[in-house]
Design a protein around this ligand. Structure first.
Ligand SMILES: [Mg+2]
Length: 234
């Protein structure tokens, strides 16, 4: 009997890498460009939220009463241009063990994808300097969804289409650094892994099915995702 290969969906910020605030700085600068309103980065809670939702909050805060698709598109283009420059000036840093763990999961037969609140192009810009885009041919992103559960469901759909495999939520594992990632994974019907490389302690992530200090814990993660068949690789 062959089990369907598991699908593993990774959050980006503070799970795979830190962009050292480049996303928040770029977005607030783009907003200031378009509205003249400067919002202090400390006053905004970005983590675990989708960019789509964040755009809504920020525009409300900046007094944009009618957030049209046209305005949103201008904000996105301004943001992405700034993000490219920020990332070039201060490249993101990968979290401990990331590339090795992704290699190991792939070698053991897992399919990898993204489930992130970033815009797709934003996620790709952050992952690119680290050579991590090659691991993720598809995913769910924050371009159109305010609710992170919808991002996870969209990721499962996109990965199924890309790989020609009907992945189900029950065969999916969501990996992230915030309680919002865990909550979204659970609501989507997936198993969940919390990694304490962000602003949340292991205790704060205890709602996950597995909690790791960081992604260098490759063996524990591989065994959780793949079962005993992962252990033969050492
Ligand atoms: Mg995160």
């Amino acid at each position: 009997m062959t089990l369907a290969p598991p699908l593993v969906l990774f959050d980006v910020d503070l799970t795979l890498l830190t962009a050292k605030g480049a996303g928040a700085r770029s977005l607030l600068a783009a907003l200031a460009d378009l509205t003249g309103v400067r919002i202090a980065v400390e006053t905004v809670k970005f983590e675990g939220a989708t960019d789509y939702a964040i755009h809504g909050w920020l525009c409300e805060e900046a007094g944009v009463l009618d957030l049209t698709e046209e305005f949103r598109a201008r904000l996105v283009e301004n943001y992405l241009g700034r993000l490219v420059a920020e990332v070039a000036a201060r490249p993101p840093v990968a979290m401990p063990g990331v590339a090795g763990t992704l290699e190991r999961l792939l070698a053991a037969g897992a399919t990898l994808g993204l489930a992130t609140g970033n815009l797709e192009r934003g996620a790709r810009i952050k992952l690119d300097p680290l050579g991590l885009n090659r691991f993720f041919s598809a995913g769910g992103f924050g371009d159109r969804h305010a609710d992170r559960t919808d991002v996870v469901l969209a990721a499962i759909e996109a990965c199924s289409a890309r790989h020609g495999v009907p992945f189900a939520p029950s065969g999916t594992v969501v990996v992230g650094d915030t309680p919002r990632d865990i909550d979204a994974g659970r609501r989507a019907g997936a198993r969940t892994v919390g990694v304490a490389t962000g602003n949340h302690t292991r205790a704060a992530l205890a709602g996950a099915d597995l909690v790791l200090t960081d992604l260098a814990e490759a063996t524990r993660l591989a065994e959780f995702i793949l079962g005993p068949r992962a252990t033969s690789k050492g």
